[in-house]
Write a new protein. Sequence first.
Length: 174
Amino acid sequence: MKKVVTVFGSSLPIEGEKEYQIAYELGKKLAKANLKICSGGNMGVMEAVSKGAVEVNGEAIGITLNHFSSNGNKYLSEEILCTTLFERVQKLIDYGDAFVILQGGTGTLLEFAAVWELLNKNFLKQKPAACFSEHWKKILDVMEEQIAKEKRKTELIKYFDDVEELADFIIRSI
């Protein structure tokens, strides 16, 4: 059975924008490594990573929320509809054998924090997790300092400023 990489990120980037292109290339690279993509299934980063995957004959799972009026993006191989935000976040995490956090807002922050906390408290077995974008680096640095002070395990989430290196880390680690 194919391993699944859950990718979190903003719903706002559109085709032609840097964040969209980064997610698109990531989806292609992960799918070429025989990995299945999972995302929130909507637009922006979620569409881009799904599009990248399916264009190289990969698979893209979208875990969507019926609260939003739009359907999942057109690149999904499979859509799973959830009724609550927390059910959706839980399914996104449950499906993932690895996690990638791309640039995003408060929704992505919620997903990032949930993955991190589950790994931190050993509610989730150790899985590869990596983030990309300068604003996550700032959050990561502040939280790693606090986690070290609490004598908990640090470096549960890896930071990359190069998406190719991030993809290579996930492919190697999964």
